[in-house]
Each structure stands twice: as structure tokens, then as C-alpha cells.
Design a protein around this ligand. Structure first.
Ligand code: SAM
Length: 223
């Protein structure tokens, strides 16, 4: 894909899928316009800017652009945050976060995906990003607290370690659900002893598999 070709597609994605459908954060719109999304879906480059989730390796998915934008906007990043992402996948969401925060920590349970994502993020010169292979439902206690936590796979309920690792003033965004539909939930730690919960939008994600997620072997229809 030529430089002018993907820039035009990325611009159209931002205008038609994101701005027109209610994403108002200029920082998020700019970050997504300037990132080469096709770089993260080598098997589906021609569909990289489509209004859809796409398959990546190991039976996983890269989320639909609108969902990436909505989740990122919900974190309300100002640029100085330490962010934890659970579910590195292709590395695209992580790359978006690097343009909006100070430092990103990202955990993926599938080693092959983590390695691919690391390669892409490094080749694009983005960062700093810390990669870990493991069960993200446990968080990253040694690096806590985090100003923002983003989970990109659906959990049956909010993993307690992620709440414990959220800084005062911090926001956790996570899809939660056990049935046909998940709800994107935002939890804000307004004070050390007070968490505010908000239901943002209905969604559908691949399962978070781990100690505070679904059991190994769980599968769902779509992300
Ligand atoms: N953020 C990714 C991107 O931009 O491409 C998309 C993530 S995909 C929808 C969800 C990812 O979560 C999958 O790669 C899956 O392997 C991973 N995952 C599921 N359970 C996990 C867990 N307990 N810890 C870390 N990653 C997990």
C-alpha cells in the first residue's frame, strides 16, 4: 500500500467511521489518522481501514476502529499517564496508546502475538512500551499503580487485581459480560476508597482467559 493510499484511507476512516459517529477527542482522532493500521494486519491489508474487526493470528482479532477509538477516548488521557493494556493482540491499540500517554505496559497471553506486536511497535519507533506474556487478569503488580487500565477482551466480571492496581484518579475501561452481549464499563477511582462505575456502550469481544477471566478453551462468536 502506497504512503498516499493508506493516508487517504486512514483519513476517510477517521472522518466517516469515527468523527461522524460521535468520537470527539481530537487527540484520539489524530493518533488514529497518523498510524498505519495496515501494518498491524499483514494478512488483511486491503481491509485494514474497514469498519470492522479483523482476524489476526492465533484465532484472535483486532478490534473495529470505532471501538478502539471509543475505548481510548473513555480513558481521557492527557499525555502524562502510565497505562496498562491487557490483550496486546496485533499491537495496534498499544500503538495508539503510545501517542497519547507517557508509558505503556501491555500483557498478552499468546507469546507469538506479543512478539509480533513488539516487532511492529519497535519498527514504527513508538514507545516506551513494556511487553509481558502472561495472564493479564492478574495485572502487573510490580509496575502498579496505573493511571489508566484498558482491557481489550471480555471478562465475566471485573478482575479485582486490576482495580487494586488503579491509581487514585485513574480509569479502568473493560468489556464485561457472560451472555450474548458485553457492556463496556468504565470504573474511575475517584478516591482511595470510592470507585465510580459507568456503563458506556454494548459491545462484543473475544474472551479474557485467565484466573479472573473465563476458563481456558472458552470461545465466543465475534469481537
Ligand atoms: N488490543 C488488540 C489489538 O489492538 O490488536 C486486540 C485484542 S484482541 C480483541 C484480545 C486479545 O486478548 C487477544 O490477543 C487474546 O489473546 C488476549 N487475551 C485474552 N485473555 C488474556 C489474558 N488473560 N491476558 C492477556 N491477554 C489475553
Amino acid at each position: 500500500m502506497s504512503e498516499s493510499g493508506w493516508l487517504a484511507e486512514s483519513h476517510r476512516m477517521v472522518v466517516e467511521q469515527l468523527r461522524q459517529r460521535g468520537i470527539t477527542s481530537e487527540a484520539v482522532l489524530q493518533a488514529m489518522e497518523r498510524l498505519p493500521r495496515h501494518f498491524f494486519v499483514p494478512g488483511h491489508r486491503h481491509r485494514a481501514y474497514d469498519d470492522a474487526a479483523l482476524p489476526i493470528d492465533c484465532g484472535q482479532t483486532i478490534s473495529q476502529p470505532w471501538m478502539v477509538a471509543a475505548m481510548t477516548a473513555a480513558l481521557e488521557l492527557k499525555g502524562d499517564e502510565k497505562v496498562l493494556e491487557i490483550g496486546t493482540g496485533s499491537g495496534y491499540q498499544c500503538a495508539v496508546l503510545t501517542l497519547l500517554a507517557r508509558e505503556v505496559y501491555t500483557i498478552e497471553r499468546i507469546a507469538e502475538l506479543s512478539a509480533q506486536a513488539r516487532q511492529r511497535v519497535t519498527r514504527l519507533g513508538l514507545g516506551p512500551v513494556h511487553f509481558r506474556v502472561g495472564d493479564g487478569s492478574l495485572g502487573w503488580p510490580e509496575a502498579a499503580p496505573f493511571d489508566a487500565v484498558l482491557v481489550t477482551a471480555a471478562a465475566p466480571r471485573i478482575p479485582p487485581p486490576l482495580l487494586e492496581q488503579l491509581a487514585v484518579g485513574g480509569r479502568l475501561v473493560i468489556p464485561v459480560g457472560e451472555g450474548e452481549v458485553d457492556h463496556l464499563v468504565r470504573v474511575t477511582r475517584e478516591r482511595a476508597d470510592f470507585l465510580r462505575h459507568e456503563n458506556l456502550v454494548e459491545c462484543r469481544f473475544v474472551p479474557l482467559i485467565g484466573r479472573y477471566g473465563f476458563p481456558e478453551g472458552a470461545s465466543r462468536e465475534q469481537s
